[in-house]
Design a protein around this ligand. Structure first.
Ligand SMILES: [Zn+2]
Ligand SMILES: [Zn+2]
Length: 679
């Protein structure tokens, strides 16, 4: 039967081709240039576009878009997945008896989890160079990567025959009816197989052998479960070219220098320890940064018409049930019994169970939203009182797994700069655009003039009517349009499917000094929680109405934002945020009295200043305070004491400036003034 398939191309043209034709054939028919450049295909058989192997035949009429290296996201994904397979093949060639498990692509590369041969012990960094060399040989061999569909029984038999118990276990558990695909690298009996959905590049030679690097080894449990076998995970970073790889390695090096955990220790800002996984111990200097940031935010909120509240840390589980969190967030909540523990008298044998296990449960709040609705519900609210902008620097806890925690960026206890705006429907656009303006001022004040705005649209699984979604999405769109920031210059973009299950949201992504982006700010509409917790106001018509609730944050959390500030500024915080703004350092002890006088004058001018009168060489003092990232060092010796001057050495500058004490005070006061208080 010579049935022809209709393949539509992006330019609108349609080609009729016989069954068995592949995207690679179409690329070749279009021209040799494209045949060489095409690495994969987006194929839509009418069920949505799917990224596929370039050599996989069409199964019916289809729309085709050929993917080349210029489609960078797709190309990177494919390359990284290929690197993961090649890593696994290389490890098995070098270390017979090693079992393979899984190896996905990651944000900057790939990893693969292995069960080392019995008695061999986990892989180490010392193994990596040999594995890299083996990978380069596999790439040089240009092995074809061929997709095959297997029956479950054959696949399990094959894995068992090869001693691959992890793969066999997985193959036996894949859902009935799922097509089991295998990728074969190379040909003949020696071909290397991995079970995989694909897609892959056509052959290993499509990769640049100089565009990857194995980076580290760690432990990982089979299927992420601590009860299972410990595997050995090898990580790599993978790119399309050596140039891309090199640029990435430079970025990593720069990021390591800026790592907030390293700088936080050097600057004595905070520490973390295992006794309080994911909760930060803020030291005096770190907490000074926090206090300045909080005071600044509070002034901005006051000026923006917000009211500040403080709500309970622990509430009854029934309250969380009503708000819907108990169902959705239960696994992330810290739960405590509402019970006085039973402990025996000291020295007595009466050591019954400390907790009965029958008490009512309470939960430490993972978010502030329900408590704010409970405040809103006190008394009767008239339409005239809206909008109500209710802010709280709310301390929340979420039970994140230890492995997910990262310094002060990803923690279990964090304080949000949270607020909820309760408003009428007709106020929504205005409130959201006001929020965008406030956020713009704050980001610029904090040193982030560069940020992008994105609109996350309705996800597949969602609450609420289509009309509600249409209206909410359009309101957010309109609000950004009012501010004029819905342009490419502002990174304006709509993200289909990325909204929360109850509402769309605007996301604000900061770009930092080394080009990384951080999503911090967010605002989202919500009509569900006011409904669940029965919040209402009396409208102009005398009837009860539901307010719209806006959840919004500018910094996200203080912990994470301070982490971002530290990395963005590489520790050299703006003077107004610096915990110690100046140090007066003596060259000789003769200048001690004068140094004390300078310190007193600066203190009374409101500067956070310390004096360093130690009998140490001035270069030693300079080095030490530079490491602490103190913005200004005021060096005083005999001559400065006699002349009433100071020699200012500013962090990051080569030369020192000599000026009168009065001039120095004026300079420091001006730099130490928070941006919102400058004239
Ligand atoms: Zn694969
Ligand atoms: Zn909220």
């Amino acid at each position: 039967m010579s049935e022809l398939l209709k393949i539509s191309l992006p330019d609108g043209s349609v080609r009729e081709v016989p069954r068995g034709t592949t995207p690679a054939d179409i690329a070749a028919a279009i021209g040799p240039g494209l045949a060489k450049a095409a690495i994969a295909a987006r194929v839509d058989h009418g069920f949505g576009a799917e990224l596929r192997d370039i050599g996989r035949p069409f199964e019916g009429d289809a729309q085709l878009a050929l993917v080349t290296a210029r489609d960078e996201a797709d190309a990177l994904e494919l390359a990284r997945h290929d690197f993961a397979h090649i890593l696994a093949e290389a490890v098995q060639l070098l270390f017979p008896g090693t079992q393979i498990t899984f190896g996905p692509s990651t944000d900057d590369g790939f990893y693969y989890d292995f069960a080392p041969a019995p008695g061999r012990g986990p892989f180490t960094d010392e193994d990596l160079p040999a594995i890299e060399a083996e990978m380069r040989q596999i790439i040089a061999a240009d092995q074809p990567l061929v997709r095959e569909v297997w029956s479950r029984a054959d696949l399990i038999a094959r894995w068992q025959a090869q001693g691959e118990s992890f793969k066999a276990e997985w193959a036996s558990e894949l859902p009935e009816g799922e097509e089991l695909t295998v990728y074969r690298a190379g040909s003949g009996e020696d071909a290397w197989l991995d079970m995989c959905r694909g897609p892959h590049l056509a052959s290993t030679g499509k990769l640049d052998p100089a565009a990857f690097k194995l980076t580290r080894v760690s432990g990982a449990y089979w299927r992420g479960d601590q009860a299972n076998a410990m595997l050995s995970r090898i990580y790599g970073t993978g790119w399309l070219s050596k140039k891309q790889l090199d640029a990435h390695l430079v970025r990593l090096e720069e990021a390591a220098k800026r790592d907030h955990r390293k700088l936080g220790a050097e600057m004595d800002l905070f520490h973390l320890q295992a006794e309080a996984h994911g909760s930060v111990f803020w030291h005096p200097k770190g907490y000074m940064v926090w206090r300045q940031l909080e005071a600044y935010m509070r002034r901005r909120l006051d000026a923006g018409g917000y009211v500040e509240v403080k709500t309970p840390q622990i509430m009854d589980a029934r309250q969380w049930e009503q708000s819907g969190h108990w169902g959705k967030y239960r696994e992330n909540m810290f739960v405590v019994p509402d019970e006085i523990p039973h402990v025996g008298e000291e020295g007595s044998a009466d050591d019954g169970p400390v907790l009965s296990g029958t008490a009512d449960l309470m939960a430490i709040k993972p978010m502030n939203c329900p408590a704010h609705v409970l405040i809103f519900r006190q008394g009767i609210t008239s339409y005239r009182e809206l909008p109500i902008r209710m802010a709280e620097f709310g301390c929340c806890h979420r039970n994140e797994p230890h492995g997910a925690l990262h310094g002060i960026m990803r923690v279990r206890q964090f304080t949000q700069d949270d607020a909820h705006i309760f408003c009428r429907e007709d106020q929504l656009v205005d409130e959201v655009s006001k929020f965008c303006d406030l956020l713009d001022v704050v980001y610029k004040d904090l040193g982030f003039p560069d940020y992008a705005i994105k609109l996350a649209l309705r996800p597949e699984k969602r609450f609420g009517s289509e009309a509600m979604w249409d209206w909410s999405e359009q309101s957010l769109r309109d609000a950004v349009a009012v501010t004029g920031r819905n342009t490419a210059e502002w990174g304006w973009e709509e993200l289909p499917g990325e909204g929360a299950f109850y509402a769309p949201k605007l996301e604000f992504h900061l770009t930092d000094a080394i080009g990384r982006t951080w999503q911090v700010g967010t605002i989202q509409t919500d009509t569900v929680l006011p409904e669940r917790l029965d919040a209402s106001y009396i409208g102009e018509d005398g009837e009860k109405h539901r307010p719209v609730m806006l959840h919004r944050a500018i910094l996200g959390s203080f912990e994470r934002f301070i982490g971002i500030l530290i990395e963005h500024f590489a520790g050299k915080l703006p003077v107004w945020l610096a915990p110690v703004q100046a140090v007066v350092a003596t060259i000789v002890s003769d200048a001690d009295d004068y140094a004390n006088e300078v310190q007193t004058r600066l203190k009374s001018a409101g500067i956070r200043v310390e004096a360093d009168l130690r009998n140490e060489k001035i270069n030693y003092k300079v080095r030490e305070h530079s490491l602490q990232k103190v913005p200004h060092l005021l060096v005083v010796g005999k001559r400065e004491a006699e002349e009433g001057t100071v020699a200012i050495r500013t962090l990051g500058e080569q030369h020192q400036r000599v000026m009168s004490l009065d001039e120095a005070i004026a300079l420091l006061v001006s730099e130490a003034t928070p941006p919102d208080l400058r004239g």
